[in-house]
Write a protein that binds this ligand. Structure first.
Ligand SMILES: C[S@@+](CC[C@H](N)C(=O)[O-])C[C@H]1O[C@@H](n2cnc3c(N)ncnc32)[C@H](O)[C@@H]1O
Length: 220
């Protein structure tokens, strides 16, 4: 569970505020879209992989059973008491098979050492007919805004984030991992390989964030 190559413990105290600033407030819109896409209803068990302080879970109804998993204890400590926080990693979820109705995750995919294992774990823990939504940044596409967005991610984001968090390494890490991340179609195929169904990838407002949605198989 050693994740010292990742900076989340160091910036945890200002994490939420900096997210708002560097994304121009769009991060809340992206998170809401992820939650909306899984069609939650009362009594469902919802798992957030890499929940951090629980920004996604905070957007859901109170009558959902919310579980957040994250390896970084300080990220979990910033959370409201709104969910069950468990220290752990997505590659080996401490969760019973076929026990989760909905899986969500925001801005975690880029940080995973082994995406394939995480996607297999999602398939394992989802109930038949369960749904999931993952969001993360993706290198900008080739459309009109692609180049300015690239300049923002490569040069401006590490500078602004670095100044706000007093941690330039953390925001260079963010910039580097966004630009090195595979294009949405690659991730879509990986989800299909994990035996997930109806897998879709869609760029959200701003173009730099992608929403991946899927369902688990349905046994008849
Ligand atoms: C950019 S933060 C996102 C936090 C939160 N999901 C949000 O929406 O703000 C990435 C989170 O992924 C967690 N993380 C890193 N590696 C992980 C892994 N292998 N499994 C699960 N979570 C991981 C980090 O500790 C961190 O809290």
């Amino acid at each position: 569970m050693n994740s010292t190559s990742q900076p989340f413990n160091r910036i945890s105290h200002r994490y939420r505020l900096i997210n708002k600033i560097i994304s121009f407030g769009l991060d809340s819109i992206w998170r809401r879209e992820a939650i909306r896409s899984v069609h939650l209803s009362g009594g469902m068990r919802l798992l957030d992989i890499g929940s951090g302080p629980g920004e996604l879970l905070d957007l859901t109804h109170s009558n959902v059973i919310k579980i957040g998993i994250d390896p970084e204890i300080r990220m979990l400590q910033q959370a409201s008491n709104n969910f069950i926080g468990i220290r752990g990693v997505g590659e080996k979820l401490p969760i019973r098979s076929a026990s989760i109705d909905r899986v969500v995750s925001a801005f975690v995919l880029r940080n995973l050492r082994d995406r394939e294992s995480v996607f297999d774990e999602i398939t394992r823990v989802l109930v038949n007919g369960g749904k999931g939504a993952l969001i993360d940044f993706s290198p900008p596409g080739t459309r009109m805004l692609g180049y300015p967005v690239y300049i923002y991610i490569k040069y401006i984001l590490p500078l602004i984030g670095g100044i706000l968090a007093s941690d330039f390494e953390a925001y260079k890490y963010l910039s580097r991992t966004i630009l090195a991340f595979p294009q949405p179609e690659v991730i879509r195929l990986e989800l299909i390989n994990a035996n997930l169904k109806n897998v879709r990838a869609r760029r959200l407002m701003g173009g730099v964030t992608v929403l991946y949605t899927f369902e688990s198989h349905i046994d008849v």
